[in-house]
Design a protein around this ligand. Sequence first.
Ligand SMILES: [Zn+2]
Length: 188
Amino acid sequence: MVEVVDDVKVRVIPLALCLMLGSNLAANTLRVTVVATPHDSRIDSVGDAIGYWNRQLADLGLQTRLADATVVDIPAQRVRAALRDVPGDILIVLTDGDFVSFTRKDENGRSIIAIRNADDPPLSNANVARNVIAHEIGHALGLEHNGDPRMLMCGRPAPCRPKLFASDTPQMFPLTDHEKALLRAHFN
Ligand SMILES: [Zn+2]
C-alpha cells in the first residue's frame, strides 16, 4: 500500500515576519515551521510529508491538521539561539550536519526535528527524504518505532534504516493499524 505525493505547500518568509504569524489558525491545526535556506531541495520533501500526514489524519476521521509549512532562513550559526523565538508547534531544521535525523521535545513541549544533510546516501537517494521527514513528524505526533520494514515508523532496535525508503517512483510508506488506533485515541 503506497501513496502518491501531493503538491508542495510551503512559503518562504523572513524571520521577522514569521514571528508575527500563526495566531489565527484553528485550535486543532499544528503550525509547522521549517528552518532552511530557501532553495534547499528538502523543502519539497517537507511539503510531501505534510500532505501525507494530512491525508492520514483525514482518513482517520480526525480534525487535526498540519498547516502549510512556513520556511524561515536563519544563518546556521544563529539557529540554536534563534530557535526558541521561532513560532510553530513542529519545527523542522534542515541542517547540513552529518548525524542520524531525530525528533525531540523542547522545554515548551514543541517538537524539534533535525534532519541531516542530503548530500550523500541514503538521504540523497530518490524518495528517502520525504519518508524520513514523514517518519520524524510521526514521532512529533507521538508515534514510536515498529519492526516492520514495510512501514513508515520502522526503526531501532529493528534493523530498518532510511535506505529502505529508496524508490524510483514517489511513494509514501504506510502506518500500522496499531499506530492508526493510537492516533485516533490521542487526537480525537
Ligand atoms: Zn525514528
